[in-house]
Design a protein around this ligand. Structure first.
Ligand code: SF4
Length: 385
């Protein structure tokens, strides 16, 4: 089934490390944007669209951003209703809202739930105030904990929390404080990411001014491994390099990206993949609104993925999962004998304890996940036939 992604590009402030497609909240612009989104969704579900997606079955909606929780609950409700009108949305669809703690109140949580949201994903990043201040986040650690408790009180039984490691001035002990604080709250899902500081990030300047540094590589490995160990001990099951969940609480939407699934993205900069074709909407909010409302060029990149690209991507994304690559499934779908073709190069990673090959599947060990890019590079160096 399809996943539907809805991009909301507005934030109350711009964090100093953020490289996403977002801009400052503007109420008038938001109104025009939501109107355009509704138009795009209704139109793409039509029976005569090039997508052939009209009435197609979908079982997830994911509001990502930006800060989707800045929308009014009534707007979220309208967008979900448009998705229901355009697609055959499963009765048990997973409908996720990314939320920032400072945007949340009991009333808004009730409104989002009434609108159809059944999963919340809070961007917490850290449970230490000094780290949140360095990242220019608008919430404190206690505000994040309150937002979590408010959501539980409002009846949300599927809540994810995001944390970031390798923050400026963060030690292994500081990182584990955040992991422990997350575990103490008892979410259903957690994403543990490494901060990547892009070249022109304002955070770089702040680090230079403040003489802040990041932990050495050995400590990052320790953060990753010890953080996940603690999650294991608390009853979470890691299912992807950066994601861990209570049993049955994996993100159904994100699994589509990693399991060779199909999805449609709505809104500025949103990507879609369907029937082996990939495209991306205009990134600029204004250009997106203009394209949708005037019938202009909405897609900026559209290409038919070659057989080689499809296989490479299936190998890359499949290896991100703890379950690894099902070699028989890849052979059935793409006619590629993964071990026959790449086994020679992959064997050294098996010998080093970074990869497990059991005849039916290939999967990364946790130590291998730290070097995933190097291991996956094998699939690029050797051309897929
Ligand atoms: S809230 Fe999220 S999307 Fe918005 S600026 Fe901060 S990191 Fe970026």
């Amino acid at each position: 089934m399809l996943g539907l992604y809805v991009h909301i590009p507005f934030c109350s402030a711009i964090c100093n490390y953020c490289n996403f497609n977002r801009g400052l909240f503007d109420a008038a612009l938001k109104e025009r944007y939501v109107a355009a989104l509704l138009h795009e969704i209704r139109r793409s579900g039509g029976p005569s669209t090039a997508l052939g997606a009209g009435g197609a079955a979908a079982d997830t909606i994911f509001f990502g951003g930006g800060t989707p929780s800045l929308l009014d609950p009534s707007e979220i409700g309208e967008i979900i209703a448009a998705c229901r009108g355009a697609f055959a949305l499963a009765a048990d669809a997973e409908i996720t809202l990314e939320a920032n703690p400072e945007t949340i109140s009991p009333e808004r949580l009730d409104g989002f739930r009434a609108a159809g949201i059944n999963r919340l994903s809070y961007g917490v990043q850290s449970f230490r105030d000094d780290e949140l201040i360095r990242l220019t986040r608008l919430h404190s650690a206690s505000r994040a904990a309150d937002a979590f408790q408010m959501a539980r009180a409002a009846g949300y039984d599927n809540i994810s929390l995001d944390l970031m490691m390798w923050l400026p001035q963060q030690s292994v002990a500081h990182w584990l404080e955040s992991v422990d604080a997350l575990i103490a709250l008892g979410p259903d899902h957690a994403s543990l990411y490494m901060l990547e500081i892009y070249p022109n990030a304002p955070l770089k300047d702040a680090m230079a001014r403040g003489r802040w540094s990041v932990a050495p590589d050995d400590d990052v490995a320790s953060m990753y491994l010890s953080g996940l160990d603690r999650m294991d001990n608390a009853g979470f099951l890691q299912y992807e390099i950066s994601n861990t969940a209570k049993p049955g609480r994996q993100s159904r939407h994100n699994l589509k990206y990693w399991m060779d699934g199909e999805w449609l993205g709505f809104g500025c900069g949103a990507h879609s993949t369907r029937h082996g074709v990939r495209w991306k909407n205009q990134s600029s909010t204004e250009e997106y609104i203009s394209a949708v409302t005037t019938g202009g060029q909405l897609e900026t990149e559209r290409r038919v993925l070659s057989a080689e690209e499809r296989v490479e991507e299936a190998l890359f994304t499949g290896l991100r999962l703890n379950a690894g690559l099902d070699l028989e499934a890849v052979k059935m779908r793409y006619g590629v004998d993964v071990w026959g073709q790449f086994g020679g190069e992959l064997q050294m990673f098996v010998d080093e304890g970074l990869l497990i090959y059991d005849g039916g599947s290939v999967r990364l060990t946790r130590a291998g996940m730290l070097l995933a890019h190097d291991i996956m590079a094998v699939f690029i160096r050797s051309s897929v036939r």
